[in-house]
Structure formats: C-alpha cells, structure tokens
Design a protein around this ligand. Structure first.
Ligand SMILES: Nc1nc2c(c(=O)[nH]1)N(C=O)[C@@H](CNc1ccc(C(=O)N[C@@H](CCC(=O)O)C(=O)O)cc1)CN2
Ligand SMILES: Nc1nc2c(ncn2[C@@H]2O[C@H](COP(=O)(O)OP(=O)(O)OP(=O)(O)O)[C@@H](O)[C@H]2O)c(=O)[nH]1
Ligand SMILES: [Mg+2]
Length: 439
C-alpha cells in the first residue's frame, strides 16, 4: 500500500455560511472520522453525528458524516465528508481537531483533483474541465466545461491515438517487409492514407476558435474619437457607473473592462482612450493601449458623435472591419445618412438594437457550427499543432521508413499529453502482439 498524507480542506467557500463542507482524503481518513464522530457510517450514506474533539472530549458540532471507502471515491482513496455548521469558529475547530491526528495536513490547492488524476479517476482533460466548470460565469461556459469534464476531449484523443497506432503498425509492417517491395509500398501507402485523414481532422479542429473564445469570453472593444461617448456607452451597457464620463475630450486614458453575460454568452467589453492626432505623453500611451487591445479583439465598435463631423477610423482599425455606431442621435438633426447603428448612450435610444447585434456577433463567434470544438485552451492547441506538423512530416517523408515512422510516435506523444496518458509505447506493444505483425 502506498503511504501518503491525509489531506483536509474546506470544500465550500471561505467565510460564514449556513453549512460548510469539509473533505478528507487519504489513509488516515477512517481513523480521523472515528476519532471525531465515534465510528464510521455505512459507506455513501449520510449519518447525523455529534463531533467531539478527540483530545478534550468537548462538543464541536452536530453534523452529517459521509464515508467513501477506497477505491469508490472522488480521489480513489479513502475519503470522508463532514457537513457542518458554516461559522468560522466551528469550521476552524473541526479542522484543527482533525489536524492533530498524525499524518493529517491541510490540502494544497487542487490536491484532491491531482490525487484523482494520479489514481486514474480523472484524466488531465477532465481535470481542466472541472476547473473551468468552477470558474464558469455564464451558462454557455458551464456547458462547455461540463462536456469536457465528462470526457469529450478524452474521446477525441483516444480515437486519434488509435488511428495513429494503426498508421504506426502499418509503417512498421512496411519496414519489416522492406525486402518485398510490393507489400512494403502498399503498407506505407496505407499508413500515409490513415495519417492524411487524421491530419485533415486535426486541421479542422485547429481552425475552430470558438472553444477558446467561449472559455475566455468574446472580446468587444469600444474605440472612437475623443468625446464620442465611449465611456457613456460602456456604462449604459453595463448598467453601472464603471468609467468616468465628462464633457472634456481625453477623459479616458486606461482600458476599462467589464464582464457581461449576454443571454448566457460571456462578453468582455472594453472602453478605451479616444483616438486623435497629437496628445500628451499619457494620452499617447492610452491611445497605444487602445489600438493594441482593438487589434486583439473579436469585435471592434467604432463609435462616432452624430453632432460632430468626425474622421474615419485610422487604417489599422479600419483593417479590423469595425462595427460603425453613431452616438448622440438625441441631439442630431435628421438621419446620419450612413449604415451605422444609431444610438443615444444618454437616453438609451437604439441600445436594444445594438445589444441584439452584439449578441448575434458574440453568438457567431462562440457557438461553433457543427460538432462542438475539441480545443478549449491554448495547451490543447499547442499539442494538436505539434501532432499535426509531425503528421505532415510523416506524409511528406519519402526516404527511410524508420525515420518516417518516428514522426508518428512524436504525434502520438503530443496527443497523449491531452489526457496525460502517455503510455503510447505500451499500447503499441499490445497492438503488435494482437496483430502478429512481422514475424
Ligand atoms: N457532497 C459532494 N457533492 C459533490 C461532489 C463531492 O465530492 N461531494 N463532487 C465532487 O466533485 C461533485 C460530484 N462528483 C463526484 C464524482 C465522483 C464521486 C465518487 O464517489 N466516485 C466514485 C464512485 C462512483 C459511483 O458510485 O458511481 C468513483 O469514481 O469510484 C463523487 C462525486 C459535485 N457534488
Ligand atoms: N446628448 C448626448 N450626450 C452624450 C451622449 N453620450 C455621451 N454624451 C456626452 O458626451 C460627453 C463625452 O462622453 P464620454 O462618455 O466621456 O465620451 P468618451 O468617448 O468616453 O470620451 P473620451 O474618454 O474623452 O475619449 C459627455 O458630456 C457625455 O455626457 C448621448 O448619447 N447624447
Ligand atoms: Mg471615455
């Protein structure tokens, strides 16, 4: 048996609450719970127990106790949960009483999940999904995170890995039969066919950006000349007084960011410094930040003042195909004569329409057509890109079969890293045994 520390943590939020959930995991769990509550309840059934300090015998709380003997627990170790009253003193007392037991210590952040990973209960992609689920701020983010926690990326990764292994087996066969030209050539052609089909699928996944966007939020930047009403628009959409508004041009210098939930879609809306020629040192830095944030945005709003003839966006912004919006129509006489959406940040006219357009654009950016994306974070993209380039090299390679086959192993290692299971060589052994390839 592996000896590890027993860890304890408050799994519910910090601070006062009606009920608090303490989680304990590790070999001493059963002893700690017995010492605190006088015994172990039936596995996986809640039991109401008096909890006492084993050192002094004093009553700490009356709470619900759950016992999950290994391996049928979240971490795969012996685990228990104490559902107690959520006062600061109660939780501190029960934690401290548990910590007096030998081998018990406070858990590090993420340690329950990392033990679940080590014990094969969760793969890396599921751990990431759970982390995203806890951080999710909107319904669409939560849905994507839960899908990943439930194994969507793992399913892709194991399918890709099996196809790579098949290609690898074929490539190895072509090496083994290299003295029989026809057989060897045929096997290698088949291996390359398998690889090409897989490369096409990986390339398709790499083209989808919606998974990462949904996880991070759809980024909208409000840009425009000074005094156009950019900060007023941010405040109106956020329905809060976030940014300073004034009649003075050049009020906003820094980036001002708000997180919005537009019908379940996560949007990060950023107000920026007004863009104009000249300007002092601080204002110039503000404009530099505005331009660079706009360049990274998923959508740029170019806001102009309908009462004031104003310039077109500078060429770097024009290149981003900004959405033109005309503000202050409450003061403008007659229609603006452009295709811009007309609003008044002050009176609220036109805001509904603008919000509908923003929701549509966010929806297009965040909701992938067809199958949900496999990639939800940069780590996945990096590994899949590396696997795809190794596959590309394998397909191009027409010299030594041994060298070409090595590229397939490289691709397999990168795919393996998506789930953290990188025992590719082991599986390959099993496949070779089964297929009796070679001699
Ligand atoms: N009270 C409580 N609620 C919770 C959790 C928890 O740990 N405690 N969870 C924590 O994330 C989530 C539920 N996830 C869980 C995942 C696996 C197991 C578990 O005991 N797994 C065993 C047995 C599986 C079974 O009986 O079907 C196993 O995998 O072997 C428990 C909770 C959300 N709600
Ligand atoms: N009449 C009218 N005035 C508005 C409207 N929107 C903003 N304003 C006024 O325009 C002035 C400038 O507004 P801001 O929101 O500070 O403009 P800004 O684009 O953020 O300006 P800078 O940060 O300096 O670039 C303020 O006096 C606002 O009250 C509107 O829809 N109608
Ligand atoms: Mg401003």
């Amino acid at each position: 048996m592996k000896t590890t520390d027993t860890i304890i943590a408050l799994a519910s939020g910090q601070g006062r609450s009606a009920i608090a959930l303490l989680r304990i995991s590790g070999p001493a769990t059963g002893d700690v719970v017995t010492a605190l509550s006088g015994g172990l309840p039936e596995p996986r059934y809640a039991a109401l127990r008096r909890l006492t300090d084993p050192a002094t015998g004093s009553l700490l709380d009356r709470g619900l106790v759950l016992w999950f003997p290994a391996p049928a627990s979240f971490t795969g170790e012996d685990m228990a949960e104490l559902q107690i009253h959520g006062g600061r003193a109660v939780t501190a007392n029960v934690v401290n009483a548990s910590l007096t037991w030998p081998g018990v210590r406070l858990a590090e952040p993420g340690e329950f999940a990392s033990r679940a990973f080590e014990n094969g209960k969760l793969d890396l992609s599921a751990v990431e999904g759970l982390a995203d689920l806890i951080n999710a701020e909107t319904a669409a983010q939560a849905k994507q995170a839960l899908t990943q926690a439930e194994g969507s990326l793992r399913t892709h990764a194991s399918d890709w890995r099996m196809r790579l292994l098949r290609a690898q087996a074929l490539a190895e066969a072509s090496i083994d039969f290299s003295d029989e030209d026809d057989v060897a050539g045929d096997a290698m052609a088949q291996a390359k066919g398998e690889a090409a089909a897989l490369l096409e699928e990986l390339t398709g996944e790499l083209q989808k950006r919606s998974g990462e966007r949904l996880r991070d939020g759809f980024r909208i930047v409000i840009a425009g000349p000074p005094n156009a009403g950019k900060s007023s628009l941010l405040n109106a959409i956020a329905a809060r007084d976030v940014a300073i508004v004034s009649a003075e041009a050049g009020t906003t210098r820094d980036l001002v960011e708000v997180h919005l939930d537009l019908d379940g879609l996560p949007v990060i809306l950023t107000d920026t410094a007004g863009l104009r020629e000249g300007g002092g040192e601080i204002e110039s830095e503000g404009m530099r930040r505005a331009r660079s944030r706009a360049a990274e945005a998923d959508l740029v709003i170019w806001l102009i003042d309908a009462t004031d003839p104003q310039p077109d966006p500078p060429s770097d912004l024009e290149a981003l195909s900004p959405l033109p919006v005309l503000n202050k129509i409450d003061q403008a006489d007659g229609p603006g004569g452009s295709d811009a959406i007309a609003i008044s940040a002050k009176s609220g006219t036109g805001l509904e329409r603008l919000l509908d357009v923003l929701k549509d654009r966010a929806g297009e950016g965040l909701e992938a057509a067809g199958e949900p994306p496999a990639i939800t974070r940069a780590r996945h993209r990096t590994e899949i890109e590396a696997a795809a380039s190794a596959l590309g090299r394998f397909i191009e390679e027409d010299s030594a079969a041994e060298l070409a086959a090595e590229e397939l192993r490289v691709a397999g290692r990168h795919i393996g890293r998506l789930t953290g299971y990188i025992d590719v060589e082991e599986i390959l052994g099993a496949i070779f045994g089964e297929f009796c390839i070679g001699k």
